[in-house]
Design a protein around this ligand. Structure first.
Ligand code: NAP
Length: 326
């Protein structure tokens, strides 16, 4: 089968599609024929060996996928060949086949395309966990989403709306702000402007943001915290801008504010019941059509490098997806 193989940590241009053996499948596992794989910012860091944790070499990148069950040796967890599923793994999704434990997948509703299924779990679980389980976002509160047109940002815009918040989307270009508005933002801000905090103050009637969803980092994070409402919650999600900000400790004191960390990778082990509840809620919203995950761009398997480059050049809108097979 064909798979993207990282033999040395390197820029994406040096990574290639290779012929590799089919992954074996053991009892309790499923082999999935991958139809689509979702790529996130983290995948680009992992390929270069720049992420906090390093995948042992060689590895196949890609954590999110949707496809059909190819083999289920003992009908693990009720799955049988031919069933449509979506799932997450530590790596391995940019391949024609992936083997995972049965707990790693969920059924993919018939009405939901594979590209949508592959765009769903990481970003929407992160956003839902952050906003519901950490920030306890309440209906009527004002939510500021930084990097709102990116993969996890647009998920936070949509989940924020579903939870009844007023969503203010911050993004760097008119196209990105239109994109955020089209997916439910009530108001938008150009946070590349020096006076963007004045615009935020005006938009919130002087109140500030009750909750800040922050996958961007850098100086913007500290500026945003300065505009937080009393008892506001600032969610630390990521550092797409490249630098980890340092927050002066007097600011949480003066604002009565809280900084809350969010790490998708630790939810399954540290809070399995919360993950189960949030995933059940998300999949029922998905099946009912209440939540329509945003697929930004779909790339052919041979063009997988372009999916990574779109994020690395700050050019991505929504989630980048690679179509592997049909
Ligand atoms: N904590 C978790 O569990 C978790 C889960 C998912 C993702 N994340 C993290 O969240 C961040 C975003 O991931 P993503 O997949 O949503 O990425 P993405 O689609 O590329 O979005 C990132 C956004 O960040 C903004 N940005 C600002 N400076 C940037 C720069 N120098 N380069 C690229 N983007 C820049 C961009 O918006 P503007 O152009 O509008 O500024 C962009 O839309 C990453 O750091 C990722 O590791 C964390």
């Amino acid at each position: 089968m064909k798979a993207v193989v990282v033999e040395q940590y390197a820029p994406i241009d040096q990574i290639e599609l290779k012929d590799v053996p089919m992954p074996p499948v053991a009892a309790g596992q499923l082999r999935i024929k991958v139809h689509a794989a979702g790529i996130g910012f983290v995948d680009g860091l992992k390929v270069q060996g720049l992420y906090q944790t390093k995948d042992p070499l060689p590895f196949t990148p890609g954590t999110e996928f949707a496809g059909v069950v190819d083999e289920a040796p003992d009908n693990a967890a009720g799955y049988v060949p031919g069933m449509r599923v979506m799932g997450m793994a530590r790596s391995g999704a940019l391949a024609e086949y992936i083997t995972v434990n049965a707990e790693a997948v969920h059924p993919l509703p018939d009405a939901v395309a594979a590209e949508v299924g592959a765009s769903f779990r990481a970003n929407y679980l992160t956003a839902h966990y952050a906003l519901s389980a950490r920030a306890m976002l309440a209906a009527g509160e004002q939510l500021l989403v930084l990097g709102a047109a990116g993969g996890v940002g647009i998920a936070a815009v949509q989940i924020g709306r579903l939870l009844g918040a007023r969503v203010i989307a911050a993004a760097s270009t008119p196209e990105k702000r239109d994109f955020a508005r089209a997916h439910g933002a009530d108001a938008v801000i150009d946070y590349t402007q020096p006076n963007w905090r004045d615009a935020l103050k005006e938009l919130t009637g002087g109140h500030g943001a009750d909750v800040i969803f922050d996958p961007v980092g850098g100086e913007i994070s500290v500026q945003a915290f300065r505009s937080i409402a009393w008892r506001g919650r600032h969610l630390v999600v990521g550092f797409a801008a490249g630098s980890i900000p340092a927050l002066p400790f007097n600011l949480p004191l003066l604002k009565g504010g809280a900084l809350l960390g969010v790490d998708l990778a630790q939810i399954p082990t540290r809070e399995p019941d919360v993950q189960k509840r949030l995933m059940a809620e998300l999949t029922s919203w998905l099946a009912e059509g209440k939540l329509k995950p945003v697929v930004g761009r779909v790339f052919a398997f041979a063009d997988f490098r372009d999916a990574f480059k779109a994020m690395q050049t700050r050019d991505a809108l929504g989630k980048m997806v690679v179509r592997i097979s049909s």
